[in-house]
Design a protein around this ligand. Structure first.
Ligand SMILES: [Zn+2]
Length: 256
């Protein structure tokens, strides 16, 4: 049986000199693996479309031993990513994070839009890596079922307050008035981030904005750095594993 789906290559491995295994985020089936045979011999389209970050219309043969790529028509390969090692490193991290979050058929379409939009803004230079990293991290976690409740203070229901605190492990916020009365006691649970109204507004936007408005907000670089520390902490807390491409991204940043 053959099936058609739009998909992006998150990563690949070579099974032999001619054959690749692709890890695809597909719109209709979520995260899947597909064999691409004879990629070097074919040179042209199939070679290109089996590279990382390439987004294509795939035609797949679905058999007993899994999916095999019949054909793939390239929609976008975000080519400009390859000109800049920092952008490349961040794009790899987005793909690896997506792979670990294993989108299913139910949430794959949203993930695909989120990833393709992020790669588009990254490749085109319309948003900086410093902007895109916390946006992708926090929203991708939320889309995977790790969404915290940032609507209001968990205790009194206040929406706004001069200072609020975000508790990553509880996935909740508390206002300044409630923080002492109900603050969690154990050492691990007390990890919290202070949120000014600006930071909270940015976090709410990242979490709750429609996807086509997600990248339309502005904050200064200091706020971005703080958002980054929150979102990266959040990813590490729930993923509970090291992410090689994230370490690589940090090593690139240190050099620049
Ligand atoms: Zn409160």
């Amino acid at each position: 049986m053959t099936v058609k789906t739009k998909a992006i290559v998150l990563k690949h491995t070579f099974l032999s000199e001619e054959d690749k295994k692709l890890y695809l985020l597909s719109r209709d089936y979520g995260l899947i693996e597909a064999k691409a045979r004879g990629v070097k011999r074919l040179k042209g389209t199939l070679l290109n479309t089996t590279e990382d970050f390439c987004y294509s219309d795939f035609c797949l043969f679905s058999g007993k031993s899994g999916y095999i790529v019949n054909s793939a028509d390239k929609l976008d390969n975000f080519f400009s990513l390859r000109d800049d090692i920092e952008k490349m490193a961040l794009a790899s991290y987005f793909c690896e994070l997506t792979y670990y979050l294993t989108p299913t058929a139910e949430n794959a379409e949203v993930f695909l839009r989120l990833l393709c939009n992020s790669l588009y803004f990254l490749a085109s230079g319309k948003r900086t890596p410093a902007f895109l990293k916390p946006v992708y991290e926090f929203r991708a976690m939320a889309e995977s079922g790790f969404a915290p409740n940032l609507v209001a203070c968990e205790n009194c229901g206040a929406y706004d307050h001069k200072v609020m605190y975000f508790y990553p492990l509880q996935g909740a916020i508390l206002c300044d008035n409630c923080v002492d009365s109900v603050s969690p006691s154990s050492q691990e649970q007390t990890c919290r981030f202070m949120l000014t109204p600006n930071v909270l507004a940015a976090l709410r936007h990242i979490l709750y904005a429609e996807l086509d408005r997600l990248f339309n907000f502005k904050v200064n670089s200091e706020t971005l750095n703080y958002l980054d520390s929150i979102s990266e902490y959040y990813v590490k807390l729930y993923l509970e594993r090291s992410i090689k491409s994230l370490e690589f991204y940090h090593s690139i940043k240190q050099l620049s």
